[in-house]
Design a protein around this ligand. Structure first.
Ligand SMILES: Nc1ncnc2c1ncn2[C@@H]1O[C@H](COP(=O)(O)OP(=O)(O)O)[C@@H](O)[C@H]1O
Ligand SMILES: [Mg+2]
Length: 371
């Protein structure tokens, strides 16, 4: 298949457009909290999410994925750039909204967080956790609230009778189901999921990913799916954006990017994840060292300090993310001359069971302790 194999998705209208987004955190020192520098957590990031699409935002820890997701969701203000949300013919500049408008806007974009143990308030019952957005945004209470929450629990594969239980009565996977039910309460168009399965056991990861795919089909959702684990991303994402030190270095259709990476950082990330096939003996590229500090990023291409293909010019001007094939962007100045090693994408074994059937409701009927 060609690089433009994501064409089906590419024709859909855009829902979220992030342009030149920046988020810098001041570094303060001393009693007077003098600003002595800036952490460039997100440093000029552009991407879009189309209707019904899943865009994966991937990269090592510390690359700015969570920060970008929070700003895109309207939970945190950018230092620069724009977040546009297109809905019903309107073009909403999210960070130009007043506080009140922003609160009303939040119903369109919801976030699911990584750790289902800390993201749910332990003192609230499921009905309060899942129903809170409905109460706050729509003033729904009492029996009417229960009537809204019970079908949401069913949609995520939990028993409606769980409404009066507390988070500690549930497993990690079930808690993430509760998080999803809460995220869906206001019928959002976009869900930003920040490493939604990273804290879960592998077997439970599969159930939650299958559930997310089912919910996407059922409710026509778009996802911005943040992850550092490419084996997860390759299964759920239509397109991926690879992030390194506050910038996007490569984007394209998932299959094309994984099969035929066009940026050395993508190649290194792909090389790092364990082979599902023991016969896969391709040499591993070991990424030396950690991600450099976002307070003092290397000049030129920020990856040049760890890149096996770096030449003198890589530490010169900062490279631009440019189109190198249809629907394919790379920020590597050597993208045209390098032949990089991809990885075959075969669906993981647990994904096979998903076709046609509904394993997403697999937890219904089990005791809360079982998954
Ligand atoms: N609230 C904050 N204050 C200061 N620095 C922050 C804050 N949040 C994140 N950072 C820094 O910004 C960079 C990107 O962090 P983050 O967005 O969490 O990356 P990721 O999600 O990819 O791991 C890191 O260097 C991190 O330490
Ligand atoms: Mg993060």
């Amino acid at each position: 298949m060609s690089d433009s194999e994501g064409a089906g998705v590419a024709e859909r209208p855009e829902l979220l457009i992030v342009e030149n987004l920046q988020k810098h955190f001041p570094i303060e020192k001393g009693l007077l909290r003098r600003t002595v520098g800036q952490i460039r957590a997100v440093d000029g990031v552009s991407f879009s999410v189309r209707q019904g699409e899943t865009l994966g935002l991937v990269g090592e820890s510390g690359c700015g994925k969570t920060t970008a997701g929070r700003v895109a969701a309207g939970l945190s203000r950018p230092s620069g750039g724009t977040v546009m949300f297109l809905s019903g013919g309107a073009r909403i500049d999210v960070h130009a909204l007043s506080r009140r408008e922003l609160k009303a806007f939040r119903r369109h974009v919801q976030m699911v967080f990584q750790d289902p143990y800390s993201s749910l308030n332990p003192y609230l019952r499921v009905i309060e956790i899942v129903g809170e957005p409905l109460e706050v945004q729509a003033g729904i209470r009492g029996a009417a609230l229960r009537a809204e929450v019970e079908p949401l629990l069913e949609a995520v594969g939990l028993r409606p009778s769980y409404t009066d239980r507390f988070p500690h009565e549930f497993s990690g996977g079930q808690r993430q189901r509760i998080s999803l039910a809460r995220a869906l309460a206001l019928k959002p168009q976009l869900v930003i999921a920040d490493e939604p399965v990273s804290a879960l056991d592998v077997s439970v990861q599969a159930q939650i990913l299958n559930l997310m795919i089912e919910l996407q089909r059922r409710f026509g959702l778009s996802y911005l799916f943040i992850a550092h684990d490419l084996s997860v991303v390759r299964y759920v994402c239509d397109r991926v954006a690879v992030m390194y030190l506050g910038r996007i270095v490569e984007t394209g259709a998932s299959e094309a990017v994984f099969r035929n990476p066009r940026h050395p950082y993508t190649e290194a990330l792909l090389s790092a994840f364990p082979a599902p096939d023991p016969d896969d003996t391709d040499e591993r590229i070991v990424l030396e060292g950690d991600v450099p500090s976002a307070a003092n990023p290397p000049a030129g291409c920020a990856f040049h300090t760890r890149c096996p293909y770096a030449v003198g010019a890589c530490s010169g001007d900062a490279p631009r993310l440019g189109e190198i094939a249809a629907g394919r962007l790379s920020a590597c100045i050597r993208a045209g001359e390098l032949t990089l090693q991809g990885r075959a994408i075969t669906k993981p074994p647990w994904a096979a069971a998903q076709a046609g059937g509904s394993s997403a409701t697999g937890e219904t009927g089990r005791s809360p302790a079982s998954a």
